[in-house]
Design a protein around this ligand. Structure first.
Ligand code: PLP
Length: 232
């Protein structure tokens, strides 16, 4: 199936999940995660109306973005090294994977020296499953990192939380992790006095459960583009 047909099908499944949960489907936007797929596939997703493009490697995104029509925001969904921060700021409109104070400080320094008035929306990546091998800040350390951003990083705007729960073939196993992210977001919003935080959760296997649990962004790779391509 084409990317457009896959996107339409995903929107239908999101609408059904939202109906079950009593939510408006327009409240769930789709990040089309195009890693390993060529710029032509990204262009198809943009033409089909994906709400954002997601990439997990800075250099790969930098190579593709010039070939894709402007107007759709690009999100970094993978881990960011400090030495790639400058390029990441050129390529991405939103960084979903902020998980450390030193990374936030690096972005802050670059933004303060860059285009006047630019404020970068960021999500904190939360390691909800407490997996040692995964990036993300622990739920316990998230309030401290959120406060660090609000006190020390005026060029970063904390706009949401992102998570990748422990992998499991049964999407129901993701549900408690998604619910935990929603609870943490409500706590942080109250603590920081902000109106609400976006919730980026749910991938190809479990996005319907995520929509039921309050996702405002789902990140879809294989559901839109098919299996990932092997590295050239
Ligand atoms: C690859 C990736 C996705 C998309 O994964 P699929 O299972 O292919 O939908 C979502 N989020 C992150 C952080 C990713 O790296």
């Amino acid at each position: 199936m084409s990317v457009a047909a896959n996107l339409a099908q995903a929107r239908g499944r999101i609408a059904a999940a939202c109906a079950r949960a009593g939510r408006e489907p327009a409240g769930v936007r789709i990040v089309a995660v195009s890693k390993t797929h060529p710029a032509e596939a990204v262009a198809e997703a943009v033409a089909a109306g994906a709400d954002a493009i997601g990439e997990n490697r800075v250099q790969e995104a930098a190579a593709k973005r010039p070939a894709v029509r402007a107007g759709t925001p690009w999100h970094l969904v993978g881990p960011l090294q400090r030495n790639k921060a400058r390029l990441a700021l050129e390529v991405f409109d939103l960084i979903e994977s902020v998980d450390r104070g030193d990374l936030a400080d690096r972005l802050e320094t670059l933004l303060a020296a860059g285009r006047p008035g630019r404020v970068l929306p960021v999500f904190l990546e939360i390691n909800v499953g407490g997996e040692a091998t995964k990036s993300g800040v622990s739920p316990a350390d998230a309030p401290g990192l959120a406060e660090h951003l609000s006190l020390r990083c005026p060029h970063l705007r904390l706009a949401g939380l992102m998570t990748v729960p422990p992998w499991n073939p049964d999407p129901e196993r993701s549900r408690p992790h998604f619910a935990a992210l929603r609870t943490l977001a409500a706590e942080l919003a109250a603590r920081l006095g902000v109106a609400g935080l976006e919730l980026s959760m749910g991938m190809s296997e479990d996005f319907e459960v995520a929509a039921e649990e309050g996702a405002t962004w789902v990140r879809l790779g294989r559901a839109l583009f098919g299996e990932r391509r092997p590295a050239p």
